[in-house]
Design a protein around this ligand. Structure first.
Ligand SMILES: Cc1cc2nc3c(=O)[nH]c(=O)nc-3n(C[C@H](O)[C@H](O)[C@H](O)COP(=O)(O)O)c2cc1C
Ligand SMILES: Nc1ncnc2c1ncn2[C@@H]1O[C@H](COP(=O)(O)OP(=O)(O)OP(=O)(O)O)[C@@H](O)[C@H]1O
Length: 176
């Protein structure tokens, strides 16, 4: 896997998935695996476009579940070809939907895969509908735990803060 910062990667074809991916939990894994299977079908590289620090850590000072080296390792294990770790700061967050779409165009995605409620751009003003105006964009169904609750980084942070470590690790999908 090759790692880049924002604006440094140009590709003539790819499949792209985007998100904070803090924790690389079972929901993230399912999304990345789906994108990987599509990339393999096309015979093109899989790009994971993510953020450092995760936007919620930057804006809300939330606990970071996965530090960068560990995150890189998990992405590598999932068969990712390229990972973009966009330096997430005030300037980056102020970029518009169109500016971000222009950056994505440099990756020439055959498909983009995101999960439910994906938002991006200044003030979270962009949605999957904006991506669909420019790219073949697909939404992975939400992954839940057997009891039906949605798996999310927020929920895992909450479990860890309340010392429910075993459950948190189950949602992460690996033993820490
Ligand atoms: C160009 C760009 C600008 C963003 N600006 C903001 C912002 O102003 N406020 C915010 O809370 N999040 C912002 N984000 C973060 C997104 O809301 C979101 O966290 C990110 O796209 C990852 O999606 P996910 O949280 O579903 O993983 C921005 C993301 C991108 C790509
Ligand atoms: N349970 C899930 N099932 C399927 N896709 C998911 C799931 N959780 C997140 N995703 C998708 O994975 C990508 C990264 O999401 P993100 O990092 O925001 O995860 P999250 O767990 O919702 O985080 P947070 O709770 O901090 O908002 C996004 O495209 C998102 O829609």
């Amino acid at each position: 896997m090759r790692a880049f910062q924002n604006n440094q990667l140009d590709l003539d074809r790819s499949v792209v998935t985007i998100g904070a991916f803090d924790g690389i939990h079972r929901g993230h894994q399912a999304l990345i695996q789906k994108a990987k299977s599509r990339a393999d079908e096309y015979g093109v590289p899989l790009v994971v476009y993510t953020f450092d620090p995760p936007p919620r850590a930057f804006f809300q000072n939330q606990l970071v579940l996965t530090q960068l080296p560990e995150k890189k390792r998990y992405l590598e294990e999932l068969g990712v070809s390229y990972a973009i770790f966009a330096s997430f700061d005030r300037d980056y967050a102020a970029r518009t939907v169109d500016e971000y779409i222009d950056e994505l165009k440099r990756l020439n995605p055959r498909e983009i895969w995101v999960g439910p409620d994906f938002q991006f751009g200044k003030g979270k003003s962009g949605s999957i509908l904006d991506l669909q105006d420019h790219f073949h964009t697909f939404q992975h169904p939400i992954v839940t735990c057997p009891e039906g609750e949605i798996i999310s980084s927020t929920r895992i942070r909450h479990l860890l803060l309340h010392k429910e470590v075993e459950k948190a690790h189950f949602l992460l999908g690996r033993v820490q």
